[in-house]
Write a protein that binds this ligand. Structure first.
Ligand SMILES: [Zn+2]
Length: 92
């Protein structure tokens, strides 16, 4: 399986709160969200690069199970994993 680390395909930034690497992705609604660049077993976000933009899609339930069974990499929003997530919420 090729590397699923998103830092291979899109620029890396660092979280202003905790300093961990993040990549920015855009949801179907056009909202930008930070993702952890490494796939996670608990991941629920698909990431794919189209015309230079990293697109994120949240998957749930059977869809998520199906992707996981197919060994598709799934990512987590950094909002979920950031140790300083409270800062993210209050600074919006
Ligand atoms: Zn962080």
């Amino acid at each position: 399986m090729p590397s699923a680390n998103l830092t291979m395909i899109t620029p890396v930034e660092h979280c202003r709160s905790c300093g961990r690497p993040i990549v920015w992705a855009e949801t179907a609604a056009g909202k930008r969200i930070p993702l952890d660049p490494e796939p996670s077993e608990r991941g629920n976000v698909t990431a794919s690069l189209h015309t230079g933009v990293l697109h994120a899609g949240v998957v749930r339930g059977p869809q998520r199970d199906g992707l996981r069974a197919a060994h598709q990499p799934l990512y987590l929003s950094h909002f979920t994993t950031c140790p300083d997530a409270d800062t993210w919420r209050t600074n919006r």
